[in-house]
Design a protein around this ligand. Structure first.
Ligand code: HEM
Ligand code: SF4
Length: 551
């Protein structure tokens, strides 16, 4: 894991000191609200429905046991002892006081964390694969380049005030676990004759205008990644619509210019930057890559000899393994997802006690590190197969072993009306109503892989567009209604779902989800998952079923 050097540390300490002074001036009334607003946003401080919220970055999802313990301490001391993991590797503390934020930033700096650029019109936290470095389908470990991008984008003087927020994801695997097709820039790493290269995707995004990205460049040699990104962000900075926040994202610029013209403008900017000082050297890559060397793995048999008997003796353990495990490239190891989607829990929420418990699990089972997954779960990436049973027993005790990873109740969900000022709807209450309806693990397991994503408004923080079932809160004459989309998905084949009928009242949502599931179970071929059935039969059977039911 990357370790701050003296310069990194000085930078975030100075930034925290600067914010302390800004807060003091604001409290003294010498800094007006309107002037303070962009400053607090650049430091991750929003003002939500009930209280200010601080969004802390977990760059490309890597978090150490020590950092988790610090987050637990901070959430107990300055918040309500709870945090919320977002879909972009951030932890939100939803009940802080602005006057405490400078102290929180100091506490974070002690464990090499910060909240810089987690909000505001700047380059946000770079996101990556939660299985980076361990996934068998990985071609290149994206973390060294993700860290280089973090350093490049943090407080980049030219890009401090972009037309709108700017999100970058980087993936180095055959499959795409980063939603790179729905980012302003999606970077897909590959290699040509051992040299890393990038496919650069641009203009993706969710929100009110969901757009899948387009391929801007293929086979970009890794050395040019900073100058090439600089060229893209320059074109955006110069031409993005600053007059209209709804049309200000890069996706709208790419759409309005057309890919050909956008490519031309990027090429012109790049010509002036290419081979300049931003060109990465082997020495710089090696300096950063040295932080991501593999831990001290043991030599183990590929299959642990005790697992079959443990599974046979404990069916609940077998059920958990079937959902929580992800293969590992080192024989005898596995990556394990800890579910933050226990029944009744707001998806992505974690208590301070659980943060400490995960820290302990990371220390005991996974070289002291954990990962944040964009599905709002946590991952222990390096667990010996021979210790999975022990891990399961411990994770169960702290409510982190619900065997629902990838199933319908592993929902992505934004905080919605419970906290967010922009919400039309109580997305968490809807999530809980669906959890309550689908509380039978056998049924869930039989349904197989199925993503259900919920957003409380058109901003799409809950990724509803790319859920197999997407649920969007809309306002109908001050009443909560929900629009349902089907067929969306993430991954290599990412796409936007289609609306399947008029929005339905909040109370009907669990019934509508049940009806959709009924159509699926009647029509599916053996072992087929929801997305495959939807592709085969289309939306018509779902639409006609819902029409009949609402008639
Ligand atoms: C204070 C609470 C929040 C506010 C005010 C907020 C605001 C917004 C807004 C205005 C957008 C639309 C941006 C656009 O289309 O240009 C957006 C998008 C998004 N937000 Fe949030 N958000 C909040 C919390 C969250 C949380 C908790 C998550 C994760 C669970 C999240 C993840 C996202 C994602 C993934 C997108 C869409 C991706 C994109 O196209 O940029 N946000 N948010
Ligand atoms: S989708 Fe809407 S309601 Fe949900 S967090 Fe985003 S802005 Fe708030």
């Amino acid at each position: 894991m990357y370790k701050y050097n003296a310069d990194d540390l000085a930078l975030i300490q100075e930034r925290a000191a600067q914010f302390r002074e800004q807060v003091a001036r604001w409290r003294a009334g010498t800094l007006a609200d309107d002037d303070f607003r962009p400053l607090r946003l650049m430091n991750g401080v929003y003002v939500q429905r009930h209280a200010p919220m601080l969004r802390v970055a977990v760059p490309y999802g890597m978090v150490s046991a020590g950092q988790l313990r610090a987050l637990a301490r901070i959430s107990r001391r300055y918040d309500k002892g709870i945090g919320h993991f977002t879909t972009r590797h951030n932890l939100q503390l939803n009940w802080v006081r602005i006057e405490d934020v400078p102290d929180i930033l100091d506490e974070l700096a002690k464990v090499e964390m910060h909240a810089i650029q987690t909000s505001g019109n700047c380059i946000r936290n770079v996101t990556a694969d939660q299985f980076a470095g361990v996934a068998p389908d990985e071609v290149i470990d994206p973390r060294p380049l993700a860290e280089i991008l973090r350093q490049w984008s943090a407080l980049h003087p030219e890009f401090a005030y972009l037309p709108r927020k700017f999100k970058i994801a980087i993936s180095g695997s055959a499959d795409d676990r980063t939603l790179s097709w729905y980012h302003d820039i999606g970077l897909q790493l590959d290699s040509i004759k051992g040299e890393p290269t990038f496919t650069v995707l641009v203009g993706g995004g969710l929100g009110r205008t969901p757009l899948r990205a387009q391929v801007l460049k293929k086979n970009l040699p890794w050395r040019h990644i900073l100058s090439y990104l600089e060229a893209i962000v320059r074109v955006f900075n110069l031409n993005g619509r600053r007059d209209n926040p709804y049309k200000a994202r890069l996706k709208i610029l790419v759409q309005s210019l057309g890919l050909r013209e956008f490519t031309r403008q990027v090429a012109t900017e790049w010509a002036a930057l290419k081979d300049g000082p931003a060109t990465l050297t082997d020495a710089e890559y090696q300096r950063v890559a040295a932080y991501f060397v593999a831990p001290d793995y043991k030599t183990l048999p590929a299959e642990n000899a005790e697992l079959p008997a443990q599974k046979a003796a404990h069916p609940d353990f077998a059920r958990w393994l079937a959902r929580a495990l992800h293969p590992h490239k080192i024989p005898g190891y596995a990556a394990v997802t800890l579910s933050l989607k226990a029944p009744g829990q707001a998806p992505g929420d974690i208590t301070a006690d659980q943060m400490e418990a995960v820290a302990q699990l990371a220390d005991t089972f996974s070289f002291g590190e954990a990962r944040v997954a964009h599905e709002q779960n946590l991952v222990l990436a390096d667990v010996e197969q021979g210790r999975l049973f022990e891990l399961w027993m411990s994770a169960q005790k702290v409510g982190l072993a619900t065997p629902n990873i990838g199933l319908l109740t592993d929902m992505i969900c934004c905080p919605g009306g419970a906290l967010c000022d922009l919400a039309n709807a109580q997305s968490v209450a809807i999530a809980q109503a669906i959890q309550a309806r689908f509380d039978n693990l056998d049924t869930l397991t039989q349904l197989g892989e199925l993503s259900l994503n919920i957003s409380g408004c058109i901003n799409a923080c809950g990724h509803h567009h790319v859920g197999n079932i997407g649920i969007l809160g809309v306002d109908r004459q001050s009443e909560e209604y929900y629009q349902i989309t089907l067929g969306g998905r993430q991954g290599k084949d990412a796409r936007t779902g289609k609306v399947i009928g008029p929005a339905v009242a909040a109370a009907r949502v669990p019934d509508v989800v049940s009806d959709i599931i009924d159509v699926f179970t009647r029509q599916r071929h053996p072992q087929e998952n929801f997305a495959a059935t939807f592709d085969r039969i289309g939306s018509a059977p779902f639409k006609s079923c819902l029409k009949e039911k609402s008639a």
